[in-house]
Ligand binder design. Sequence first.
Ligand SMILES: [Zn+2]
Length: 320
Amino acid sequence: MCTSCPKQKKLLAYLFAFSVSFIAFYFAFSPKEQVTPLSSAKPIVSVSTFTLYEAARAVAGETLQVSSIIPLGSDAHAFSPSPSHVANISKSALFIYSGAGFERWAEPLKNSLPHTVKVIDMSTHVTLIKSEKGSDEHHDDHDHGVDDPHYWLDIDNMIRMTQAMEEEFSKLIPSNAPLYHANAAVYITKLEQLKSDYATGLKECKNRTLVTNHDAFGYLAHANHLKNISVIGLSSDEQPSAKTISEVITLVKKEGIKTIFFEELISDNVAQTIARESGAGAKSLQPLENISEEELKSHQTYESIMRDNLTKLSEAMECR
Ligand SMILES: [Zn+2]
């Protein structure tokens, strides 16, 4: 997308205004969604996604009010902020979003925020890779060469995100810099251990092809030298063509792939169809775009969910 084109900008602004009013209308009649207005004696840090939330909490401890914008258990790709979300973000000292195209609502929003809100696009602090949708034999030209926004699934990027939080929070409250440094170090040590367990766990496998529903695991595949094939694109709301589905079925059969992975918060119809047609099993893999209320209640973390993913991957690929 050409972000500097005035025509596109105008269109985006219209789209944004339209979706905000639509959402306002929708939520006015929807008793389920209630956004509590934020008020806090501590500086507020608003973050968009779960991994940003966890890293921010790990670094900030109790010194900042970290608020997660996207509701638990929802498909994070499909989220759009309501006026009350925007009101909460406007009260923040920092607004941190994933970027790289993950939150399509963040770009138009950031220009409308008060100058008191420092906006941080986290994707500028990590190493991005391009999407490699499909295998080399059957990739389509769409999606190719687009930044893949699911970068937190490379543990090195999670470390970079933590370091960026430490830096930003230290600028916000300089007297807390030693505390933020110590907190970040503790969290990074855990991440380093996780990274080394991934390297060991996926070192020797019978099969190194990862077939997933939506294209969320490119970073995990890249970091662990797996071949990554996804049925739909980078965003969960895309629909695959019949041709793509049949190509994936053929490939799964040919390579003797045992498991097709899908994501719990996203429609799994396509993955189920492919599993059924190819005789493979279907299992869920958590891309950590968001977590469910249940996962939060049972104190699941980035680390515990990544370990769970590792167990499933190593079983599916017959690693030893
Ligand atoms: Zn995704």
